[in-house]
Design a protein around this ligand. Sequence first.
Ligand code: GLN
Length: 474
Amino acid sequence: MRTYASFREIQHDLQHGKISCQDLVRHHLSNIKSKSHLNAFLSVYEQEALTRAAEIDTKIKNGTARRLAGLVVGLKDVLAYKDHPLQASSHILDGFISQFNATAVQRLLDEDAIIIGRQNCDEFAMGSSNENSAFGPVLNDADNSRVPGGSSGGSAVAVQADMCQVSLGSDTGGSVRQPAAFCGIVGLKPTYSRISRYGLAAYGSSFDCIGIFGKSVEDVALVLEVIAGADEEDSTVSQKPVPAYLDDVRRDDGRKYKVAYVSEIDNSDGLQPEIRQSILAQIEEIKAAGHEVERIDFPLNEYVLPTYYILATAEASSNLSRYDGVRYGFRSSSANDLQSLYKKSRSEGFGKEVQRRILLGTFVLSASYYDAYYTKAQKVRRIIRDKTKELLKQYDFIVMPITPTTAFKLGEHTGNPLEMYLADLFSVQANVAGVPAIAIPCGTDNAGLPIGMQLIADDFEESKLLHFSDSLLK
Ligand code: GLN
């Protein structure tokens, strides 16, 4: 079977009886097998997916199939899928089985999507290269000596290598957009609170967003439309009605936008030259299409990354305190009292990066340093949000790189955590501000590695963001 660039084409062939859902599942399963060295999946639900595909084929015949009939989806290992393992790629959750479906997962199932498996990621979504997984790194399908990005590396590679049509990941500081850029696909982080977080393993709750990977903007728009919106299981989720994103993408209203691009694109030494050239070429095309483009400086750049790493680690230290060896998964077998049970279970169950972040987060929350770090970072976050929103009042979109470089080599940054954190330089702003952002493919570098470009829009402007992104890919 051929590789489908979009779900629309799949639907066409399903309706015309050229393929079946079972063919689709078999096709993805065969890619998962032939590319198992990429290590993208932690579990493959082979039999289940085939059985469900057969059921949905019957529904299609009977005319009772729903909107996502034939869409084969993979789930990052941070999303709860009832009666299936959930580990956040960590040994601390060894043996843990989800007792309920995440809201996003439930909504996919309700619309007849087929879930094919659970995807590898950085442990508790902490990382930028997928090298922090307790189950080994994921390899980039464009070059197996390189990382796929992180933390949703398995989810990105699964779409890149056609192991599923769409993946759900999570984006706390770039974990959907950065791997999407490294793998040459589309990755959306919606507005904070657009999608319910019920059933998403918590990392930094005030940043965490479920995000979507696809080969086309339309696929991402359709999935967003299905999974977004109010949910009584998550009191932080927005009550705003969910627009018809897919129709909005397809609507050709000829609208002209006002676009800003950040000055780092032409003056930052740290930016790989081919990324600069590709994005500048894209900007020329945007101008040629009649949109207004201006260059801007974002004055608070140097504060964005530290703000993120202080607040995200603080929240992580609190969120991860629930893994105590008593309530979930792994328990050390060498403990002899309650204190040592906690200590040993956590020391043996969590990997190095997660421990580092729990320590960092506990430090910034400690009585003597709380004001100097945590409170201050909260204030800076507010200023960054206000400044970003001010710009988004003047411009429809801000264009930015996603990553300073294309996919780096496995092991290139593992020796120095700070160097790894710097890979998130351009991706964390949208999370700190809470606004939606998307990664779209934007050519390749001299070695043929994918380059991504980032577009940021104002809160709840996903329709506009998706529509414009789609127009740039045509
Ligand atoms: N790379 C960032 C981090 O390590 C982002 C992670 C994420 O978005 N989950 O925290």
